[in-house]
Write a protein that binds this ligand. Structure first.
Ligand code: SF4
Ligand code: SF4
Length: 82
């Protein structure tokens, strides 16, 4: 999963781009739910939020480093609605 750092300027452009509805507005800045972020695996070749973020504040979450296989498994789980 990816994570939004406190460099976020709350520009709102990433939230509607997420195919997994993993991004929401938190108490101060936008946040990514690691349980829903597949790094766009299953949907796109590149993370869509990273593509649109004007300040490049969305790195890999060091607490949620995942393989492509794990991300694909998460994608399948999310598609199943569980
Ligand atoms: Fe959503 Fe993709 Fe960004 Fe993860 S990488 S938060 S799935 S847009
Ligand atoms: Fe924050 Fe970047 Fe998302 Fe804008 S696109 S809300 S700066 S994380």
């Amino acid at each position: 999963a990816l994570i939004i750092t406190d460099d976020c300027i709350n520009c709102d452009v990433c939230e509607p781009e997420c195919p997994n509805e993993a991004i929401s507005l938190g108490p101060e800045i936008y946040v990514i739910d690691p349980a829903r972020c597949t790094e766009c695996v299953g949907h796109f070749d590149e993370p869509q939020c990273v593509q649109v973020c004007p300040v490049a504040c969305i790195p890999v979450n060091p607490a949620h480093v995942e393989t492509r296989e794990q991300l694909m498994a998460k994608y399948v789980r999310l598609q199943g609605g569980t």
